[in-house]
Design a protein around this ligand. Structure first.
Ligand code: FE2
Ligand code: FE2
Length: 337
């Protein structure tokens, strides 16, 4: 059912092994291979969505467009951060697939699913996409969750900071550049989506790391996972810049001033994880990533939440079957003694 989407790299494999030399011949633990394969797929998804953001809102060649200016209103370095985050995701995907191949595992290839229409605005490449940024229902509960003393892994739930339902996070056509409030709202939606994506990556790597058996596989998940955490932290601060100062409203969506009236659940400069319940509510509160459990942060949970966000709007049954199978296999992995 996966068709040609998950291709064997048999020819490439022997070459990679020879190129990488001694120490790369030990086979991967089955569970570790499943984990790294799902992560490779997740990174291809990240690289695809970030690529769309970077084409329109990343570092400008020449005069910035209105979307880039809107990001610079949030942070003068916004476009650079978008471009950098994109390059990081591409490096994650490339590394994971090359590592899998070096271990005799099939790399993950989602090219068959690059079928979605992207933006038609100037700057966007006219190529098929894996992801759809034009109908997003952004889960903004990460914003309130990280300012709460309770923990989803211990059963807590969190309100949405903003209700962003079926909105585009990128300009769809050049007409979207014309109205300053409208393009600022699009950039502000994107800012909250950045936080949502990188928070998800942060939790996913932390959850899957607990199931890894081999030391080198753990080195990889901790190493790349740390990069996701670094991204997340910047976007926490960045999104906060969209909700301080004078409110704006576009097409029924308001970005209010979260500091007026003062409310610690929304306060924009609380950018680090607030200490929360951890492991057991009777233990002292602790500043940690959350969630960290399979149920809320595992591979299948990640696919479920990305799907619910509309990120895969228009994708085929085969796409969901492929991603779902990779996620199921990753979640089935167990750390061996
Ligand atoms: Fe990544
Ligand atoms: Fe990421």
């Amino acid at each position: 059912m996966t068709g040609g989407a998950v291709a064997m790299g048999a020819g490439m494999l022997s070459n990679s092994k020879a190129a990488l030399g001694e120490g790369f011949d030990r086979n991967l633990d089955r569970g570790d291979a499943a984990i790294l394969r799902f992560l490779a797929a997740a990174e291809l998804v990240e690289a695809d969505l970030w690529g769309q953001y970077a084409e329109l809102g990343g570092v400008a060649n020449g005069t910035p467009n209105a979307y880039q200016n809107a990001f610079m209103n949030l942070d003068g370095d916004g476009p650079q951060y978008i471009t950098s985050n994109t390059l990081d995701e591409v490096s994650h995907a490339d590394f994971l697939n090359a590592y899998l191949a070096s271990k005799g595992e099939s790399p993950v290839n989602l090219d068959a699913f690059r079928t979605l229409q992207g933006s038609k605005a100037t700057g966007a490449q006219n190529i098929g996409r894996l992801t759809n940024l034009m109908h997003l229902t952004v889960d903004t509960s990460w914003y309130t969750r990280y300012r709460s003393t309770t923990n989803p892994d211990l059963g807590a739930t969190f309100p949405q900071a903003l209700n962003i339902t079926n909105r585009s996070a990128i300009p769809v056509t050049d007409a979207d550049f014309d109205n300053p409030t409208h393009i600022q709202a699009i950039a502000d939606i994107a800012a909250f989506h950045f936080g949502s994506i990188e928070q998800g990556g942060t939790s996913l790597y932390a959850a899957l790391s607990q199931k890894v058996t081999g030391a080198q596989a753990l080195e990889i998940t901790l190493g790349i996972g740390g990069s996701e955490i670094a991204h997340f932290l910047e976007w926490v601060d960045f999104a906060g810049n969209a909700v301080q100062g004078p409110p704006i409203t576009d097409q029924g969506l308001t970005f209010p001033d979260f500091n007026d009236p003062p409310n610690p659940q929304l306060q924009t400069n609380l950018i680090f994880p607030i200490p929360c319940e951890f492991i057991n509510a009777n233990l002292p509160k602790c500043a940690v990533i959350r969630p960290l459990t399979d149920q809320f942060a595992g591979a299948q949970a990640a696919v479920q939440s990305l799907t619910a966000s509309g990120l895969f709007s228009g994708q085929s049954k085969d796409f969901f079957a492929t991603l779902g199978q990779l996620a199921e296999q990753a979640d089935a992995a167990r750390r061996l003694p």
